[in-house]
Structures are given as structure tokens and as C-alpha cells.
Design a binder for this molecule. Sequence first.
Ligand SMILES: CC(C)(COP(=O)(O)OP(=O)(O)OC[C@H]1O[C@@H](n2cnc3c(N)ncnc32)[C@H](O)[C@@H]1OP(=O)(O)O)[C@@H](O)C(=O)NCCC(=O)NCCS
Length: 147
Amino acid sequence: MNMKNKNSWQISSRLVKSEDLNHHGTLFAGRMTEWFVESSFAAASMLFGHPENIVCFKIHYMNFKTPIQKGDIVHIAAKVLRVSRSSFTVYAKVTTLNHPDQLAIDGVTLFVCVDKNGKKMEHGLVLDPPTDENEIKILQDLLTKKP
Ligand SMILES: CC(C)(COP(=O)(O)OP(=O)(O)OC[C@H]1O[C@@H](n2cnc3c(N)ncnc32)[C@H](O)[C@@H]1OP(=O)(O)O)[C@@H](O)C(=O)NCCC(=O)NCCS
């Protein structure tokens, strides 16, 4: 495969329930990380089209900026910002229904394309570099290890 695929934000939503809370009574980081990686994985899979060939290799970072309360709905927006030979760099950001203008969490995860034996393989995708200023900065910060 050697083509320019369409790339867009993938949005998923979750209700924060009692079983998702930590000892402070707010959303548990472990649960949020599960949702975050799953949504980021979905973004890479939607671009590539073969989820069975994608594995998570590295969570570069996650910033938990504000606590999230029980009963709130979280919206996770994830997008592939960069592809290299075998990898996908996915940025995701989290907002809530109650505070839609406030960035609650964001982070970057790296996924790698593998064959049926779990060995790294080239995905053959080409992606235009981002033109959005924020997306450019996220990638620049990643390269200079600022996040
Ligand atoms: C994912 C896996 C196949 C990678 O194998 P590998 O041969 O060791 O991979 P490499 O070290 O060559 O790196 C793979 C890619 O990540 C990139 N990479 C590695 N470390 C990186 C870092 N710190 N920052 C940015 N990119 C990095 C490499 O550049 C390469 O990308 P490219 O081919 O697009 O250039 C292997 O580590 C594995 O099987 N891990 C377990 C995965 C898993 O079980 N995940 C949980 C279930 S989904």
C-alpha cells in the first residue's frame, strides 16, 4: 500500500461511573489511561484499516490537568499526527460535557505496525505534515523532549 490516506479526529465518549473512581472520588488515572490508549489505538486503526496489525509501543506522555467527577461524560478526540516507516504517532485530548472548553487531559502514544507473527513491518502509509499550529508544536515538543 502506498497512498495518501484521509486522516481525521476520532471521537469517543465515556460516562464516568462509580467503578471508575479513585480514592479521591475522582476519575482514576488507570481507567482514563485505558480509555485514552484504546481511543488512540482506534485512531491509528481507522487510518490503517487493519487493527489486528497494530500494537501499542510507547505512551510518550499523558498530562492530567484537571480532575474529572463522577457522572460527567468524557470526550476523547484522537488523531494520527505523524507516520513513519512502521509507526503511528497519535495525539489525543480529553474534554468533558460539563467543561467543554477546558482541556482535562492530553497526551501522545506511539503505535507500531506488526505482521501476523508480531514482527514490526512497514505500513506503507504517507501522511501530509500537519498545518495546524498546535499540532506542529506537539510534534516539535516531542522531538525536543519538552512535553
Ligand atoms: C512493537 C514492537 C514490534 C517493536 O519492535 P522493534 O523492532 O523493537 O521496534 P523498534 O525499536 O525498531 O521501533 C519501532 C518503531 O518505533 C519507533 N520508536 C522507537 N522508540 C521510539 C521513541 N522513543 N520515540 C519515537 N519513536 C520511537 C522507531 O523509530 C520505529 O518506527 P519507524 O519504523 O516508523 O521508524 C515490539 O517492541 C513489541 O512487540 N512490543 C510489544 C507490543 C505489545 O505487546 N503492546 C501491547 C499490546 S497492544
